[in-house]
Design a protein around this ligand. Structure first.
Ligand SMILES: Nc1ncnc2c1ncn2[C@@H]1O[C@H](COP(=O)(O)OP(=O)(O)OP(=O)(O)O)[C@@H](O)[C@H]1O
Length: 302
């Protein structure tokens, strides 16, 4: 169990995290969301032991996780932290990078493990390629594979698929998150992308104003987003009579007290996102076809 207890942290004067507490069970996948600058990456760095806390405690199975004041070498063997910097060896091959921390004592076992990981990150064809010649997205995949190589107990992922194109992203996400579940690795993922969360995270932690504003299951948080920040994370939303309503919860009806004038229609593939105006504010809803600008329609909340 990862236990983050009442931590307070500031880089210099301004406090970034103020009395943050939460727990993560073995094998659990926890997504950390929040506005840019809310402290998601900082929280992951603290859990890795990269900085000293002002106060509070972090432990894994009762073993304290300590910062550089207490450790000559930053970090712990049982935690892997995949940052945005990747930190790879540019002049060696993909295979060597992934296998870097694996023992050479059982070469066959090492080879099999590297091959398994390269399949997960879909880089088997790049095995012998030097890392410096790879694209940003490919480097990110090498960094993920390397972090998974020794099956850590905890993996900290900071925007893990941000550099990867949308063709690859979906299958890669499934591969990586399913692998983590299968190996029972506790995963904390800081993300701005709802697709990293929906279908994968067990819990979501919302950072706001230096604190954990909410911690709940994805389903509960999606159904009751509580604050616009959470609703906007999951999709286009409106505030109607004080209630947060997703665009896909609104349907056109014959008569209601929500009357809007159509302003614009955006083609979204399987639906159109319609922007309408009501009392000087935009209202967004989904519709099967484009609607003519200036037309008045009534909406109801499903
Ligand atoms: N090394 C540092 N020294 C001083 N301040 C820092 C340092 N790293 C981050 N900060 C500040 O701490 C705050 C939190 O940064 P952090 O990177 O943790 O946010 P974040 O939620 O991960 O943001 P993003 O979503 O943009 O990645 C920001 O105001 C940032 O400017």
């Amino acid at each position: 169990m990862l236990d983050v207890q009442n931590i307070v942290f500031s880089y210099n004067k301004s406090t970034i995290l103020n009395h943050v507490s939460f727990k993560a069970k073995k094998g659990e996948n926890i997504a950390i969301i929040g506005e840019s600058g809310s402290g998601k990456s900082t929280l992951l760095k603290l859990i890795y032991g990269e900085y000293d806390l002002n106060s509070g405690h972090i432990s894994w199975n009762n073993q304290p996780i300590l910062g550089p004041k207490f450790n000559l070498v930053v970090g712990y063997d049982f935690i892997k932290h995949v940052t945005q910097e990747f930190d790879l060896m540019p002049f060696t091959s993909v295979e060597e990078n992934v296998g870097k921390h694996l023992s050479n004592f059982f070469p066959e076992r090492k080879k099999d493990r590297v091959n398994e990981l390269l399949e997960i990150v879909e880089l088997s064809d790049f095995k012998n390629v030097k890392v410096k010649t790879l694209s940003g997205g490919q480097k990110q995949r090498v960094a993920l594979a390397r972090a998974l190589a020794k099956a850590p107990e905890i993996i900290l992922l900071d925007e893990p698929f941000s550099h990867i194109d949308s063709f690859k992203k979906r299958s890669l996400r499934r591969n990586v998150f399913n692998f983590l579940k299968q190996e029972n690795i506790t995963c904390l993922v800081a993300t701005h992308d709802k697709n990293d969360v929906l279908g994968f995270a067990d819990k979501v932690l919302v950072l706001q104003d230096q604190k954990v504003a909410f911690k709940d299951t994805v389903e509960n948080l999606y159904k009751s987003p509580n604050i616009p920040l959470v609703a906007s994370f999951f999709g286009e939303h409106n505030s109607i009579n004080g209630q947060l309503v997703y665009a896909n919860q609104l349907t056109v009806t014959k008569q209601s007290d929500i009357e809007i004038m159509v302003k614009r229609s955006y083609f979204k593939g399987s639906y159109y996102l319609i922007e309408g105006m009501r009392n000087g504010s935009s209202i967004f809803f989904h519709y099967d076809t484009a609607l003519q600008e200036g037309v008045n329609v009534f909406l109801k909340i499903d």
